[in-house]
Design a protein around this ligand. Structure first.
Ligand code: URP
Ligand code: ZN
Ligand code: ZN
Length: 466
């Protein structure tokens, strides 16, 4: 038995000084401070710390192949970085290679969970509907993989047409799951890329112009229309513009079960990065937006219109990013971020702008667990939950530098940023894995966590929408 004593427990709906009792990898009691416990219990001192449920990263690409590039991390490397950053569950994607069945892609990715230092779950992915897809999705749902990733862009790779989106939405709805979708109109992106190629150019410094905000809003509107026609729940990944977020919020007011995920880099960084020394390092889809858009997007953390914050972690290194830096159409998209997601959001939004610690937990742990069928086993510290815990020092000031991070790459988009707040001790199912910033137990203990049928009844965005 272990007792986490002396800290302030932060749940998504309340926070208070309390002690946590852990047994057999689970939370078994939440006690008033200094309640007497078994004398043999190991005490973990949390004085001065926030005691948070370990983060749940709903959007994490591990060893992801797209075109000629594969992102560089293994499950072991990604989850090591995750736990150092206070995240104890990642949700990865099983994205089929051309010609591969969604079921087979998921089987391969699922087998890697045991290499992890923490637990993981999976999104399946459908690119093209055929007469076997419904059965494959049913088999996946039985195995606890209920969320299905789709794309309206990346033609020739992972883009799905409306027929495929419609059928996948109907089927996942009936299986207690949900489509999670990357929305950018491929036609609008292609037009913008062609225009840029004929004028300013398509090198990395012009990334923002090649994927305009209109591409995102037009695609979100089209996908919402399909979802509403089917009364199918839908989750929009990495929404980068307030206009897109508001389209989803309006649909929710009309009764649709619809969610917005924002990702850390769209909430912190802006398109000035493309005018810096290493524009290629910031190439991602959707691209970084103007400072004004970033500020407006960030406001939706407070309005409640953003349901979750992910990382969209993609661990490419500078050499991979530089190879085609003169033509964004051929570059690997995505930024490393599984380790920095929680610290940058905490520092900028909790410390900097007054977001409550409970809302932080909702956005980064409880919310992602709810939308992925993992709550309350993950994302909560109530009795019965897995004892995945981050002891967070809210006052620790530190400077982000790639040398002190653990992601399998040679850069961080946040290099040099001064942050306040950091996880110092992290437990995975009751075992202390990181202590005082050191990896004290590198044992791979990861499990694939099966998603339960989705229960939308407790998600604040829906409750607030009435
Ligand atoms: O730029 C990004 N986001 N790359 C990863 C793949 C995706 O679209 O999520
Ligand atoms: Zn995407
Ligand atoms: Zn992604």
């Amino acid at each position: 038995m272990k007792v986490v004593r002396g800290g302030t427990v932060v749940e998504s709906h309340w926070s208070a000084p309390a002690d946590l009792v852990i047994d057999d990898g689970r939370i078994v009691a939440v006690l008033a401070p200094d309640t007497e416990v078994d004398a043999a219990a190991e005490i973990i001192d949390a004085t001065g710390k926030l005691v948070l449920p370990g983060g749940v990263d709903p959007h994490c690409h591990v060893g992801f192949t797209s075109g000629e590039f594969t992102s560089l991390d293994s499950y072991r490397e990604c989850t090591t970085a995750a736990v150092f950053g206070g995240t104890t569950t990642i949700v990865d994607f099983a994205i089929p290679r051309p010609g591969q069945r969604p079921l087979d892609a998921a089987g391969i990715q699922r087998a890697k969970a045991v290499e992890g230092l923490c637990d993981s779950a999976l999104h399946a992915c459908v690119v093209e509907w055929d007469d076997t897809t419904a059965d494959q999705l049913a088999t996946l749902a039985d195995a606890g993989i209920r969320t299905v990733k789709m794309f309206t862009t990346y033609a020739g790779e992972t883009m799905a047409n409306e027929h495929t989106i419609l059928n996948t939405m109907q089927t996942t709805r009936d299986l207690g799951g949900m489509v999670v979708i990357h929305c950018e109109s491929d036609a609008i992106v292609t037009d913008a890329q062609n225009l840029a190629a004929a004028s300013a150019g398509v090198d990395a410094s012009h990334m923002a112009q090649t994927r305009p905000e209109l591409a995102e809003t037009a695609s979100v509107a089209a996908v919402l229309a399909i979802a509403e026609s089917q009364r199918a729940p839908v989750y929009f990944v990495h929404q980068s513009t307030p206009a897109a977020v508001e389209l989803v919020a309006d649909a929710r007011k009309r009764g649709l079960v619809a969610f917005t995920e924002a990702v850390a880099h769209h909430l912190i960084l802006d398109d000035s990065a493309y005018r810096g020394a290493h524009p290629e390092r910031f190439v991602c889809c959707p691209p970084l937006r103007s400072a004004e858009t970033v500020a407006e997007l960030g406001r939706h953390l407070f309005t409640g219109h953003i349901t979750t914050i992910g990382s969209d972690h993609c661990c490419y290194d500078t050499a991979q990013k530089q190879l085609h830096r003169h033509d964004v159409r051929h570059m690997p998209n995505g930024l490393p971020g599984v380790e920095t997601r929680l610290p940058v959001i905490f520092s900028h939004y909790v410390g900097g702008l007054g977001l409550s610690a409970s809302r932080f937990v909702e956005l980064t742990a409880a919310g992602p667990a709810r939308t992925n069928g993992l709550y309350p086993r993950k994302g909560s510290l109530m009795p019965g939950a897995d004892a995945d815990i981050a002891l967070w020092d809210p006052d620790l000031e530190w400077t982000v530098t790639v040398d002190a991070l653990h992601m399998a790459t040679d850069y961080t988009p946040y290099e040099g940023q001064r942050l306040r707040g950091k996880p110092v001790t992290v437990l995975v199912r009751g075992t202390v894995v990181v202590h005082d910033g050191e990896l004290v137990d590198p044992t791979p203990r990861g499990r694939h966590v099966e998603a339960a049928p989705l229960d939308f009844g407790t998600i604040p965005a829906l409750v607030d929408a009435g």
